[in-house]
Write a protein that binds this ligand. Structure first.
Ligand code: ATP
Ligand code: ATP
Ligand code: MG
Ligand code: MG
Length: 289
């Protein structure tokens, strides 16, 4: 590119980089989906087609971006986790957030006809995006746990709220009033005693949310062991080989508990060597005390 006298305006660009050596979560959330879902006749409380469409779009994001090691979705939101050592776009925050958000939105719109019989019409669905970087595996897992607990609380509330309306003949205001101050066990009781609904039998996707991960026939070595300390030190050939090994994974959607250890222990390639490093650090700290 030839230099022009105008080129100096580049100096005003502000490139905020994601903190190094952290787990970054990019969360996208549908804009005004309360209205959007009503306009497109989403079933209440949970439209399975809408959730499956969100999952399908997230699967494509994970396929396109090998540095996304896990995604978790519920309602109109999806969180994408970038592996700790990712050097994608020199970690420039605005590039990463806008790219993930627009790749997701593109697929959501492209795949819409595979899930809904009626065509989309303006206002078209759009998503906002934000990035948050977590310094430890513990913080990252607490973030994912926070979203899953939130999914559970909201789903139990919504299931009871809509049962009171759809089967109990209440208005929205009456149902809301009925639920003020109720605990989880009260909601289970309302569902069971009044409507014969056992909450535990409800759809797993709605109760647990959706996890998108790669699964392997032959698990790859944990990421950070392959890459050493930083992506910069890898040769081009090493980068390519690692990308290939990662891509052999099949991107799948699971509806399961992501709070307990089992999910992570069964899939050591998600967090890589960071888990052991943190355990060692904690043990060293304890010894010092
Ligand atoms: P904002 O633009 O601030 O995000 P919003 O209207 O999208 O506003 P959210 O808090 O994101 O508000 O909530 C999303 C809403 O979308 C839910 O409250 C629900 O009404 C609707 N929704 C999302 N997914 C589904 C689904 N699968 N089935 C039924 N309704 C859904
Ligand atoms: P990055 O992902 O870093 O933005 P890029 O390949 O998109 O990489 P840009 O600097 O954004 O690079 O340049 C856009 C390129 O797209 C142009 O160099 C040109 O080759 C191509 N391009 C964009 N618009 C058109 C167009 N209307 N007709 C033909 N080529 C185009
Ligand atoms: Mg929203
Ligand atoms: Mg939301």
């Amino acid at each position: 590119m030839a230099n022009s006298k105008y080129e100096y305006v580049r100096l005003f660009e502000d490139h905020r980089a994601l903190l190094p050596n952290t787990w970054t979560v990019i969360r996208v959330d549908g804009r005004g989906f309360h209205k959007f879902s009503a306009r497109h006749g989403f079933a209440k409380p949970n439209d399975a087609r809408a959730l499956q469409l969100m999952n399908a779009a997230a699967v494509e994001v994970v396929k396109e971006l090998p540095d996304v090691v896990l995604a978790y979705g519920v309602s109109d939101e999806f969180s994408f986790v970038l592996r700790r050592g990712s050097g994608i776009f020199e970690r420039r925050e605005s590039k990463i957030v806008t790219l993930i958000t627009s790749v997701f939105t593109g697929w959501y719109i492209y795949l819409w006809p595979s899930f809904f019989p009626t065509a989309l019409s303006p206002p078209l669905p759009s998503f906002d995006g934000r990035a948050v970087s977590y310094p430890s595996v513990r913080n990252l897992r607490d973030y994912i746990s926070w979203r899953q607990v939130d999914a559970h609380i909201n789903n139990l509330y919504n299931t009871t709220f809509w049962a009171l309306i759809q089967q109990g003949g209440m208005s929205a205001a009456e149902a809301e009033k009925e639920l003020v101050g109720t605990l989880a066990k009260d909601k289970h009781e309302i569902l069971w005693k009044r409507f014969g609904i056992n909450y535990n039998d409800e759809n797993e996707m709605c109760k647990k949310g959706s996890v998108v991960v790669r699964e392997y026939e032959k698990p790859p070595p944990p990421l950070e062991e392959v890459q050493g300390e930083g992506e910069d030190r890898m040769t081009k050939g090493q980068k390519e080989r690692r990308k290939k090994a990662l891509r052999k994974g099949k991107v799948v959607v699971r509806f399961c508990d992501v709070i307990k250890d089992a999910f992570w222990q069964e899939r050591p390639w998600i967090l890589g060597a960071a888990v052991e490093e943190e355990q060692e650090e904690q043990e060293e700290e304890k010894e010092k005390e």
